[in-house]
Ligand binder design. Structure first.
Ligand SMILES: *Cc1c(COP(=O)(O)O)cnc(C)c1O
Length: 462
């Protein structure tokens, strides 16, 4: 199996090269050149074994199956629940899929705990070291740091906007006592941090000298790892051959829901994919209008979905264009210049209408859903999960089985939960002393030369 770029202008790569490359050299995203076939069946296998079986179809022998299984075992043993992604029933035909039992309490751990291990394995094999550089507005940074904290061949520098992320989020990054991770407080906004990262990647000599790499949400391996829990949720419900199970996904970047689409495309018994947006509703507007139009980001209670452009949508667009990379590249170029992208009625009717539903949700509706879940089911949910639950309610039939993805632990967004319910959810035991641990971080000016100087001083190739 080879991986090809959605823009058709980059060399096809094997799995390991795709993993290390992240973004394709033509600016596109990598996808497999053909979809593998994956066995779907009632299975009592532990999550790690199923994960290795399912991802094995995409790794295609580039990592021997026993090693892949060992990497999965190690990655998923960092989860507090032995099922890794357990279901919780919420009344007739409704479930939550709890994806927040990983070390940093958000669903990104599922992919990033695995990615840290597989990166290190591939780099060790090749005798290489890399410097992962990223910007974060909160959740991604802590999950990425935790994923690579034990890697011998990865140095990581994460920029975050000083004073603009929550204390829990900051402490999850600054209290990791691991010499290879460097949390950097930049005197600026999240956009400033992103611009600094982009500028470092655009500086080709710098990028090559320090072997810069990224683990952001466009990395194929993240999408691949998220496919697993769509299969295992259906298998846990013993619903492989019964009524299809719909999934409601709180999303911003279209990453998680794209993984659901892939699972469905590969034959998992998935019904509808329900997209839950907060007020940054580019995706739900697309479902209404057939056209994707960027607008300003507004801050909400579900900050991990406060994004302007849903980058992973490009992978579905490539399928909708019958895998024509040139056509996709043209559309993306138009989108960059005009801020808008439309698909034809034929494409919409074939790919979108039969599969996707969507609902947006503002902060007031988010709070009332959190409060209702507590009243009616005795469950505390975080604001992202609540957005998914609002979408489930708006889009699903009563007799349609629906699994809503619970993407963060309520304690990660304790202020919102407390506002809605009067209860302050406690951090799980392993983070109980988070607020008193020693913090380690570097403060830098919002200045490219300064930040590059720092990256050079800690880089994997210094
Ligand atoms: C990142 C994140 C999301 C959105 O993920 P997408 O990749 O945009 O689908 C949702 N909820 C939480 C808690 C997150 O951290």
């Amino acid at each position: 199996m080879k991986y090809v770029s959605t823009r058709g202008g980059a060399p096809a790569l094997g799995f390991r090269e795709t993993l290390l490359a992240g973004l394709a050299s033509d600016g596109g995203l990598y996808v497999p050149d053909a979809w593998p076939s994956i066995r779907h069946g009632a299975s009592d296998a532990p999550f790690a074994r199923r994960a290795a079986e399912i991802m094995g179809g995409f790794v295609d022998g580039e990592i021997p199956q026993p090693i892949l299984e060992a990497l999965c075992s190690e990655a998923f043993s960092s989860f507090r629940d032995p099922l890794v992604a357990p279901l919780r029933e919420l009344g007739e035909n409704r479930w939550l899929l709890e994806l927040f039992h990983g070390p940093t309490l958000a669903f990104k751990d599922v992919a990033l705990q695995f990615i840290g291990r597989i990166f290190d394995h591939v780099l060790t094999q090749r005798g290489e070291r890399i410097t992962v550089v990223g910007a974060t507005s909160g959740d991604t940074g802590s999950a990425a740091i935790d994923g690579v904290k034990s890697c011998r061949n990865v140095e990581m520098v994460i920029l975050y906007p000083k004073g603009r992320i929550s204390e829990v989020q900051r402490r999850q990054m600054t209290t990791i006592d691991s010499g290879n991770v460097h949390a950097v407080a930049v005197d600026g906004t999240f956009d400033d941090c992103q611009d600094l990262v982009k500028a470092m990647f655009n500086d080709a000599p710098f990028r090559e000298r320090h072997r810069l790499s990224a683990v952001n949400s466009i990395n194929w391996a993240r999408v691949m790892a998220q496919v697993v829990y769509y299969f295992t949720a259906i298998e846990q419900l013993h619903a492989v051959e019964s009524t299809p199970v719909s999934f409601s996904v709180p999303t911003g970047n279209f990453g998680n829901v794209l993984s659901g689409w892939i699972a469905r495309h590969l034959g998992a018994n998935v019904g509808h994919l329900i997209v839950g947006s907060n007020s940054n509703d580019i995706l739900t507007r697309f479902l209404e209008t057939q056209s994707m139009t960027a607008s300003r980001v507004v801050a909400t209670m579900s900050p991990s979905m406060d994004i302007q452009v849903s980058s992973n949508f490009e992978r579905l667009l490539f399928e909708m264009n019958s895998r024509d990379g040139r056509a996709t590249a043209r559309q993306m170029a138009d989108f960059r210049s005009s801020g808008s992208l439309s698909v034809t009625s034929e494409q919409f009717g074939r790919w979108i209408r039969p599969v996707f539903r969507g609902q947006r949700c503002n902060d007031a509706d988010t709070l009332s859903m959190i409060s209702r879940m507590h009243r009616e089911h005795g469950v505390l949910v975080d604001p992202h999960t609540a957005v998914g639950l609002v979408a489930t309610e708006a889009c699903a039939e009563p007799d349609e089985p629906v699994v809503t993805l619970a993407t963060a632990h309520p304690a990660k967004f304790a202020d919102a939960v407390e506002r809605a319910t009067g209860l302050r959810p406690a951090l799980p035991d392993h983070l109980g002393d988070l607020m008193t641990r020693t913090e380690r971080f570097v403060e830098l000016a919002n200045d490219l030369a300064t930040v590059q100087g720092f990256v050079a001083s800690v880089s994997a190739t210094r």
